[in-house]
Design a protein around this ligand. Sequence first.
Ligand SMILES: [Zn+2]
Ligand SMILES: [Zn+2]
Length: 412
Amino acid sequence: MTLTSILFTLGSAPMFAARPFLAAFVTALLARFGHSIPYLGDREVIQVLARAPEWFTSNTSLGVFGALAVLEIAAAKSAEVKAWMSEVDSLVKSVVALVVSLAVLDPESEKVIKTIDKLGVFSWSFSGLTAATVFGLTMLRNQIVELLNDIDQDDDIGLQTLVNWIENIWTVMGLFLLVLLPILAVVLSALTALGLWLARRRAERKEEESKVACARCATKILPHATLCHACRTPLEAPRKVGVFGTPKAEAAPDVALHRFELVARKRCPDCASRLKKRQARQRCETCNRVTFESPAEFEAYLQALDRRLPKTLAICFLLSAVPLVGVIPGVIYYRLTMITGVRGYIPPLRGCTTKWVVRIVNWGVIALQPVPLLGATIVPLMCFTNYAIYKRSLSGRVTGEFAEAPPKELTA
Ligand SMILES: [Zn+2]
Ligand SMILES: [Zn+2]
């Protein structure tokens, strides 16, 4: 165990918190082939890594890490897998970091896993510290990612894709930087962790600051809520809800309609808290209200969405009339106004099959967009078909849910 190996394991913690298998793969590649890369080869970090035990740099390890890294990158693109992974995320990442740091820290022992008792207590406690750092960073990272997902839940403006790519590139580049300038990389890693923490604090504070006091009980409530979640007093003038579910400056003109607007942005119709699940009927975590209490309420919601359709189609038509360039703003526009309100309530698996039907329809239609005149009808056509497909999928689900006995978490 050397200072260089300590710097490497600590400095790589943020990379393991982002993409553990990709980080493990790049580390193993550097350990095995690093010495033959010009300029990198004679770096101290490479020499330390080159002493890693054989099992770590074997073809099998490289193959397994490589395959898992590919899966990891692919999985980050899927909301379904991500939701599932978030349960075990911190643990998996810490274990990967633990195994890799043991390999890097204690090159003398040949088979790390089998000779645990022969390893120094110091290496073990240090690897434990690295794993704990990765654990903490992962929790922090997941909170930030969740906030970004909240802003752009269906990746309509590509925010999630952007974050994914930043994480992939950062993991690989960060490890190379660790080889070249270990101290600088460690400082940058620490600054990244601090930056993430500050970003989370800022987001929390911003939401707190936007809250207003209830006229009756002075509980702090969101300004676009319709009721106080503590005493159920209606707000005098709830503010409008923006496309990303945040409150706007002006008041909502029609409170009954505003309640549906909130639901369409995945917010509770009473207290405007975020509805976290991709499930039609769910209980609000803040005020306990169940979305879509009756079939009639669900029908009224769909009708409120339907009323938006003519205006959306008209705007899509105008945008679509611009060859090529008009497609992207048109698609973003109709997805934000029409699709989020239905797709956000369809559970992942169902959303998955529906998503493919929608994609195939879209590909067929989009090929015709550059054709003059015909082109102007393409985006409205996509909007109309996509909305119809998702609405049908959601309706089927909700009708089924009302027919069954209500699940325990809704009656509680
Ligand atoms: Zn109140
Ligand atoms: Zn609520």
